[in-house]
Write a protein that binds this ligand. Sequence first.
Ligand code: AVJ
Length: 321
Amino acid sequence: IKPTFAHAAPIARLPDDRAFLDDLLAGFAKPQKSLPAKYFYDAAGSDLFEAITRLPEYYPTRTELRILDDHGTEIAASLAPGAALVEFGSGSTVKVRRLLRHLPDLRAYVPVDVSESFLRSEAAALQADFPHLAIAPVAADFTRDFDLPDSLGDSPCAGFFPGSTLGNFEPAEAIRLLRQFGATLGQGATLVVGIDLVKDKAVLEAAYDDAAGITGAFNLNLLARINRELSGAFDLGSFAHRAVFNDHDSRIEMHLVSRQAQAVSVAGRTFRFADGESIHTESSYKYTIPGFRRLAAEAGWSPLQVWTDPDALFSIHALRC
Ligand code: AVJ
């Protein structure tokens, strides 16, 4: 098996701008206006997210990296020998590198990401550092069903889903996604998944409302993106960033709150906002270890092992289906 990224075909999908407008129209028609969090990540938004991961208040990224550094050998040992490792939403390869160094016999690394250009450059950089690793990238939206490369043959599969990205999905959607991962990876597969944990409300809220205002800029960039891509007329100064922990649903919610009554046009339509009315832009669910295991069990995954940092801020689970 040799690297196949040069030949990886893009998966057909709805043109992004039409999907964006459809999602905006659906979200703005609801009593609580909302937008899907996945639209945060245009080029500017991805740069802002990178900056968030370095903020003193934003503990998840550095804590997960620490767990990978402290327990990488054991985490890698939870995978079947000679498995192909599929990363869902691979983005930058910073985290998987922590596993790859403990996996000399990996059959292949299969990064899955919507951004084909990012996939290509990350695969090339990874290949330079791991010359013997077979890399078989797939350009696909991992939330939809996709096929693994034929080159994997019938080798056992393992999945990697770090970053607590699963926390962005409503529990019912998270179960559906975990079930889909099981169907893609096959019976007996291991899934290594990063999950942020419930903790003190002040710590959670600071992580999503930092003193430097980077998370606010990240949130407001969604309106800037609407202006750029959908001929929107949002005045960014008349919306405020708000992040609150919703205890009842165990999730951080990010909102953009209208500072005044106003009408805003997007793609030729007019949307009205009352003073103080918000757009719900993101939910980031926080789990307890048993709570996450219950969710995973509903999707057909049983717990193998769990690792946390000394302060129990974050968790990495190995599951078996
Ligand atoms: C990338 C979804 C894990 O929920 O913590 C960071 C995104 N939003 N700050 C998270 C995010 C605001 C992040 N995830």
